[in-house]
Design a protein around this ligand. Structure first.
Ligand SMILES: C[S@@+](CC[C@H](N)C(=O)[O-])C[C@H]1O[C@@H](n2cnc3c(N)ncnc32)[C@H](O)[C@@H]1O
Length: 163
C-alpha cells in the first residue's frame, strides 16, 4: 500500500511541474536565477515600467520586479502556481494562456520558457510588441529578435524591439 501511495505522490508531483510541457502549452516549472533577474532588471532600469512575466510560476520574478519599482503583471496557466503567485506577490496575476493575451501594452516582457516555446513566442512578439519594448529571456534565446546583451555567466538574454 505504502509503495502505491509513494508512486501516486511522485506521479502527481511530476505532472504538477511538467503538465504544461506534456500538453504542449509551454514550459514546465523551474525557477529563474535571482541574481540573473536582478542584474537584467537593474541594467534596463525597470522602475516605473510595465512588466509582464509570461508563465510567472510561483511569483518569484514578480516579487523582485515589484520591489524594484515596476508595475507588474503575471500570467500563469497552472491554477496552483497562479494562486500562490497572487498570495506571494499581491499583484495582478492573470490565470490563463500567455499565447492568448495582447502584449502590445508592456514595456518589458520577462520569460523563462523552453526553446520550442520561445520560437512560438518570437512570432507573437514580432506581431504585437511596440518599438522600444525589452524582452528578457532566462537561459534560452528568442530567435529572430535583436540582441542587446547576453550575460554568459548568468545565462540571460536581453533584446530590444527596434521597429
Ligand atoms: C520555467 S517556469 C518559469 C517561472 C518563472 N517565470 C521564473 O522565471 O521563475 C515556466 C512557467 O510557465 C508556465 N506556463 C507554461 N505554459 C504556459 C502558458 N501557455 N501560459 C501561461 N503560463 C504557462 C508554467 O506553468 C511554469 O510555471
Amino acid at each position: 500500500m505504502i509503495v502505491q501511495v509513494i508512486i501516486a505522490v511522485i506521479v502527481v508531483l511530476v505532472f504538477h511541474f511538467l503538465w504544461p510541457y506534456i500538453l504542449r502549452r509551454g514550459a514546465g516549472y523551474s525557477g529563474s536565477n535571482t541574481k540573473a533577474v536582478i542584474w537584467a532588471f537593474k541594467l534596463i532600469d525597470i522602475k516605473g515600467k510595465k512588466l509582464i512575466d509570461l508563465g510567472c510560476g510561483y511569483g518569484k520574478v514578480l516579487k523582485i520586479a515589484k520591489k524594484m519599482g515596476a508595475h507588474v503583471t503575471g500570467i500563469e496557466i497552472d491554477p496552483i502556481r497562479w494562486f500562490i503567485s497572487i498570495i506571494r506577490c499581491r499583484c495582478k496575476v492573470l490565470f490563463g494562456d500567455m499565447f492568448k493575451i495582447d502584449l502590445s501594452n508592456y514595456d518589458v516582457i520577462y520569460l523563462f520558457q523552453w526553446p520550442s516555446v520561445n520560437g512560438k513566442l518570437a512570432r507573437k512578439f514580432k506581431k504585437e510588441l511596440r518599438k522600444g519594448t525589452y524582452v528578457i529571456s532566462y537561459m534560452w534565446e528568442v530567435p529572430g529578435l535583436e540582441l542587446v546583451i547576453y550575460n554568459k555567466k548568468l545565462d540571460i538574454y536581453i533584446y530590444k524591439i527596434r521597429s
